[in-house]
Design a protein. Structure first.
Length: 285
């Protein structure tokens, strides 16, 4: 499933858990790993702003050079050493890189250089990182929360094409030897039906949305897939089901939610899910 895995690590946030998870997946799928340490340009820009009043342009350049040097040293002495411990002991092929720039920009640049099947990364709820890549890349993104993967919850809904999640989830669960449960959410806050091409329909009645959901659930149950239909807010129903099923990993597809409570606009749905979630998440983009 995953031939090449990209592991981006920001200078603003590092957790060994992503290396552990990447090693686990690489062993299972015989994957090649690329670890990219990203020196955040926002950190360097903030240094510029703080220094402009007191330092000359030459002194600012020297300060920035010193920060980059320290960041590179940290990458080699800590992160790359950790990677050698987790990867080499398991005879996993991996490549190390250092890049400067904004997190999402560097990741997308790396995706243009090589054909990756998966991104494995951490998520820090309060930091300077911009997680635009959740909505801007078209390969799966695994956000690691350091859970042993035994139970997987796969999410389908009226707000997603539901083309990738079922088959992908079944294959992954089988490969990892995990229990799989699916839910189909009829989202009452955003009453549209997303088609297989990812296009939103006009407003539909609750009855029509439920009927579509029931047909979808019936089709999967005929294939002996464990799936239930629920009605409510996508965010609330995802976390409710995850807690009930004691899920360790939640798989979410190409959700197109644009409206929330009282019809208020919803932006960056995936990031909001990541911010509220205590489980590992796999976004199937």
């Amino acid at each position: 499933m995953f031939k090449n895995i990209l592991i981006p690590v920001s200078s603003e946030f590092y957790s060994k858990n992503i290396l552990k998870r990447s090693a686990f997946l690489a062993e299972k799928f015989k994957s090649n790993l690329t670890l990219v340490y990203i020196i955040e340009e926002k950190t360097l820009n903030q240094t510029d702003k703080l220094s402009n009043i007191y330092l000359t342009s030459q002194e600012i350049a020297e300060t920035k050079k010193e920060i980059i040097s320290k960041q590179k040293l940290a990458a080699y002495n800590i992160i790359f050493n950790d990677a050698k411990f987790f990867f080499k002991d398991k005879e996993i092929n991996f490549e190390e890189k250092i890049a400067e720039g904004e997190f999402s920009v560097v990741v997308k640049r790396e995706l243009r250089l090589k054909e990756y099947d998966l991104i494995v990364m951490g998520f820090e709820k309060e930091c300077i990182l911009n997680y635009r890549l959740f909505d801007e890349v078209n390969i799966p993104i695994w956000i690691e929360a350091n859970n042993e993967i035994k139970n997987i919850l796969a999410v389908c809904s009226n707000l997603a094409p539901n083309q990738k999640v079922p088959d992908f989830s079944i294959k992954l669960a089988k490969s990892l030897g995990c229990n799989l449960h699916m839910i189909y959410i009829v989202d009452v806050e955003d009453s549209v039906q997303v088609d297989t091409a990812g296009k939103r329909s006009g407003t539909k009645t609750s009855k029509a949305l439920i009927k579509n959901g029931q047909n979808f659930v019936k089709e999967l149950k005929e294939k002996e897939i464990n799936i239930n239909l629920v009605k409510g807010s996508s965010e609330k129903e995802i976390f409710k089901a995850a807690k009930k099923l004691k899920a360790d990993l939640i798989i979410i597809g190409r959700e197109k939610k644009k409206k929330g409570i009282l019809g208020l606009p919803v932006k960056r749905f995936k990031q909001k899910i990541a911010e509220k979630c205590d489980y590992s998440i796999l976004f199937i983009n």
